[in-house]
Design a protein around this ligand. Structure first.
Ligand SMILES: [Ca+2]
Length: 218
């Protein structure tokens, strides 16, 4: 197993606060609270789960805020994910630079069943791509807010970062840094990934923003 070049969360945030002010730029997620339906989100179903009907829906009951939440729904145990449409090969791309710092925040809860043979798990995958075909490094963010970086060719024990799905609304917040050794102008995107889960998984108030550090004012 690779060593972990990056393990970020509260420690990094504390270090940034100590070194100067931290400014989070605007939220880069369109329709982040699913107030505008499930539009703007793209569903991916993994190859081994193609036979299982999966979908992303807007729900108007039990939401975290506003009038709606998003629901990742599968009719049986499946591995599937959603990604903002603008970053899924659309006209807009999210370009990230080496060493840049990012903050991801979202709320999650689930009423999924747990009698699957595999451990149901949820995590966020943030792949870095040179183009849409060449996968570089992958940043994984677990439901506990821990972030780890892996090469696309490397292996990852999902149990290392994934958490069981919480029955109550739970806030996940993670800061992560793009590795310094990746080329400039990598494409990145957040993929909310359910593995071996029988949905629904509810998501709300999703936020992705770039963190800028500024020198302390005298
Ligand atoms: Ca909402």
């Amino acid at each position: 197993m690779n060593t972990t070049p990056l393990l970020i969360c509260c420690a990094t945030a504390a270090a940034l606060l100590a070194s100067g002010s931290v400014r989070a730029e605007d939220n880069l997620i369109p329709n982040p609270g699913f107030e505008e339906g499930s539009g703007g989100w793209v569903l991916y179903v993994s190859e081994q789960s193609q036979a299982v009907p999966c979908r992303i829906d807007q729900v108007n009951e039990g939401q975290k805020s506003g009038a709606a939440a998003g629901a990742m729904i599968s009719e049986n145990f499946a591995s599937f994910s959603i990604c903002p449409e603008v970053y899924a090969g659309g006209e807009k791309v999210l370009t990230v630079q080496p060493g840049s710092k990012w903050k991801l925040s979202f709320w999650i809860r689930s009423t999924e069943a747990t009698d699957s043979t595999s451990q149901p798990a949820f995590f966020v995958r943030f792949p870095l791509l040179k183009d849409w075909k060449k996968l570089g490094k992958l940043i994984f963010i677990g439901a506990n807010g821990a972030a780890v970086v892996r090469d696309a060719s490397g292996s990852l024990d999902i149990g290392e970062i994934a958490c069981n799905l919480p029955a109550e609304w739970t806030h996940v917040e993670a800061e992560f840094q793009i590795p310094n050794d990746v080329p400039a102008n990598q494409l990145g995107r957040p993929e909310f990934y359910a593995r071996g889960v029988k949905g629904p998984i509810f998501l709300d108030d999703i936020s992705l923003s770039r963190v800028e550090t500024e020198a302390p004012q005298p």
